[in-house]
Each structure stands twice: as C-alpha cells, then as structure tokens.
Design a protein around this ligand. Structure first.
Ligand code: NAD
Length: 389
C-alpha cells in the first residue's frame, strides 16, 4: 500500500563496495581501502554508504535557484544523494517538442523519488500543465501539504498545524473541455468512487500513522449532488472503517474557507477533491507566512515527487530573491519518505531556527537576504553542534 505505509517507510543504509570514479555522487566519507599496488587506482574499492538516487527537476522561473539552494542544504544534511538532474518545462519544449519528455518520467520511475522546482504553465493557450501531466502520468494520486506555524513569522495565528490531502488525478484537472459554439465553453468534472476512496484511505492512514485525531472532508455536495456527492459518500464509507480511531466530519468548501480563516485550530487533516485542494492550500499557506514557506509532496504507488505549493513566480526569476524555504521543507518531507528521519529533523530545526532569528531571511519574511544567503545560513546552522531553535 502506498498511502500511510509508504509515507512512514524506513529504509536501511547499506554499505557497498564501489570502484573509485564510478559514481557521480558526492565524495565518499570513508577513505579508500588499501588495495594491491597494481597501479590502477580506479579499481581500488572503498566502503561508503549507499547514496539515495533522487531525480532533481530544477523547473523554471525561480525554480533553478531554489533547486540549487535545496540541493546544497540536503547535501549538508549528512545524507548521501546521487542526484540525477533532468529538465522539463518551457525550455525543453523548444528543444524536444514536449515540455515533459519520456526520459524525465523514466528517471523518476527508476529512482522512485524526485524533487522538482515549479514549472510555468502558459495561461489560456499553449501546452497543458507539466505539473498536472506529471502527477497523472505517474499516478501520483495524493498531494500532501502540511501547514504549520513557524515561530518568529508574523502571522495572524501562531498555532496552526494542519495537513491538507488533495486528490491529484481527477476533478476539473482532467483537462476535458471544449467550446460549445463560439460563445460558450464546457469543462468536465470527473469524480470516481475509486479515486475518492483511495484519497480518503490515504488521509485516514496518514492520520493513524502520524497521531492525528480528525479528518474533515471538504466538498460542495449541496450543489454538485452527483460529483461532490460521490466524493463525500466515498469519504464516509472509508471513515466508517476508522471509527473509534480517527474522528470524521465534513464541511462545505465555502464555509470551510471562512472557518479556516477564523478558527484554524479546530482542524487537523483535510481531504479535498483536486480544485478545492488547490485553492484551500494557498489559503492555508497564507495562514502560516505565505507561499514561500509551504511545502508539498505528490505520492503514488510507484513514485513520489516533492515540490513547493508555490509556482514559478516569473517576476522574481534569476534575481536571487525568492524564498527557498518551501522547497527545502519539501526536501524535509523527502528525507522522511526515504527513512532519513534524523536528517529531516535536523534540516527542519535549522530552517525554523534561521527564520526565528530573522536576520538572514528573504523579502517575503521581512528580511533582505537573497535565496543563496538564506541557504548559507541554514547550512551554517546544520554544521553547528546545536541546531534546534
Ligand atoms: P506563484 O506561486 O508563482 O507566485 C505568486 C506570488 O507569490 C509571487 O508573485 C510572489 O509574490 C509569491 N511567491 C511565490 N513563491 C515565492 C517564493 N518562493 N518566495 C517568495 N515569494 C513567492 O503563482 P502564479 O504567479 O499564479 O504562477 C506563476 C506560474 O507558476 C504559472 O505559470 C503557474 O501555472 C505556475 N505554477 C506552477 C506550480 C508548480 O510547478 N507546481 C504551482 C503553481 C503555479
């Protein structure tokens, strides 16, 4: 099962013998094992921890600079990575004729884990969203977006601790739309029992695995009685199996938005169809300091892709101004996913400590540091003996 069980999976670090120079990954920590003096250093084996192979998609707009900062921080976490860097998006479209070449999907399926920067989607014309296509092609059915207050950030609340579970594969995002004559357009909203029950199971499994007390299903079943009605019915069916372990309730999406703005502390895990999940995610990001600090993960049975909630913010591209926190915290989710819990805690503590200090943060958090200085401060904190705030 790829829901909660995959999420809390623990991997073991194995030790393997490799030939020097074979691996493009980071330098080995262990010294080369003395071998016969045959004059062929490239064949001298050494013992090193097996690196985690991870696909890295820098993305476009602010994506490449955020990806660079995130890679630096993850490399400084003490975990060994073999990064496989592949490109997708606008620039690739010009070269390959598609913004999402098959080799990108192959790389993710091979490594099972990827981290990606945001990718621009042309508005109203041009290619369909690479982000949506990636989720659909890889069956990344669950979009997980933890939303947690960060000490030191000036926001309306200081105790928000929510988890958004957004269905990622259907709803209005199937892209089935057409013109009905010259002056009307129709978009088809697809909701199936299978996908709705699957995402509800993910939400409940996540709640059980992470000691969460309640799941709230969000819908508009008073108006869309068939589609949203089926989503709600599916959530209720799944909820019945968790009775006594995890509480369940539902809210109509408009009321949910007001409730979240007024009393976010009443909520715990939210499960939503695709479009409401998209909108409510940004609303919740606003509760804890904005899009610059909101991480995310797309989880499927075959692979997981970690990415920030925010987009490519083209107006800040290449200026070393954007906040890398959201992608770095997506990296923390990645570390947990691959079983590197201790490193995940260290990186998260370091990020929170740098933000709490408030000296080296980006413009959106009230500071004047650049993306790379922010990352430098996190790395310095990671390298110091005490990382907690
Ligand atoms: P956006 O999230 O890119 O930016 C909205 C605003 O939020 C920015 O103008 C900026 O003020 C702020 N912001 C976002 N990220 C920030 C960061 N890291 N640091 C500081 N401030 C930040 O949303 P948009 O402008 O609606 O979308 C731009 C493009 O991104 C579009 O093409 C959209 O399709 C795409 N997009 C991609 C993804 C993805 O790759 N998963 C997600 C959302 C949007």
């Amino acid at each position: 099962m790829a829901s909660g069980a995959t999420w809390i999976r623990h991997s073991t670090r194995e030790y393997v013998a490799t030939a020097d120079g074979d691996e493009p990954g980071p330098p080995a920590k262990a010294p080369p094992r003395p071998g016969p003096s045959c004059g062929r250093p490239e064949l001298v084996a050494r013992i090193r921890p097996m690196a985690h192979a991870v696909t890295l998609i820098p993305g476009d707009g602010i994506g490449p600079e955020l990806a660079r900062a995130t890679r630096r921080v993850l490399d400084a976490s003490g975990v060994e990575f073999d990064w496989e860097v592949v490109d997708a998006g606008e620039a690739v479209m010009a070269k390959e004729g598609t913004p999402l070449p098959q080799y990108v999907l192959d790389s993710i399926l091979r490594n099972k884990v990827a981290i990606k920067g945001p990718i621009t989607t042309p508005v109203g014309e041009g290619f369909r969203s690479v982000n949506v296509a990636l989720r659909q092609a890889l069956g990344l059915y669950a979009n997980l977006r933890p939303v947690r207050s960060i000490p030191g950030l000036k926001t309306r609340y200081d105790d928000v601790d929510l988890v958004i579970v957004r269905e990622n594969t259907e709803d209005l995002y199937t892209g089935i739309e057409h013109m009905v004559g010259p002056d009307a357009a129709e978009s088809i909203k697809i909701i199936t029992r299978a996908a709705s029950e699957r995402i509800a199971r993910f939400a409940f499994e996540y709640a059980v695995a992470n000691g969460r007390r309640k799941v709230t299903a969000v819908h508009k079943a008073n108006i869309m009685k068939l589609s949203d009605g089926l989503f709600l019915e599916s959530c209720r069916t799944v909820a019945a199996r968790y009775e006594g372990r995890v509480a369940f309730e539902d809210r109509i999406v408009d009321n949910m938005c007001m409730q979240l703005v007024q009393k976010p502390e009443l909520y715990d895990v939210l499960v939503l169809p695709n479009l409401y999940g998209d909108i409510v995610s940004d609303l919740c990001a606003g509760l804890v300091g904005g899009l610059g600090v909101a991480p995310g993960a797309n989880i499927g049975t075959e692979a997981a892709v970690f990415e920030a909630v925010h987009g490519s913010a083209p107006k800040y591209a290449g200026q070393n101004r954007a906040n890398p926190t959201a992608l770095i915290l997506s990296g923390v989710l990645l570390l947990r996913h691959i079983g590197e819990q201790a490193a995940a805690e260290r990186v998260e503590d370091s990020v929170r400590a740098v933000i709490a200090e408030g000296r080296t943060v980006t413009y959106d958090l009230g500071g004047s540091a650049g993306t790379s200085e922010f990352a430098d401060a996190i790395v310095a904190r990671l390298d110091s003996p005490v990382t907690s705030a």
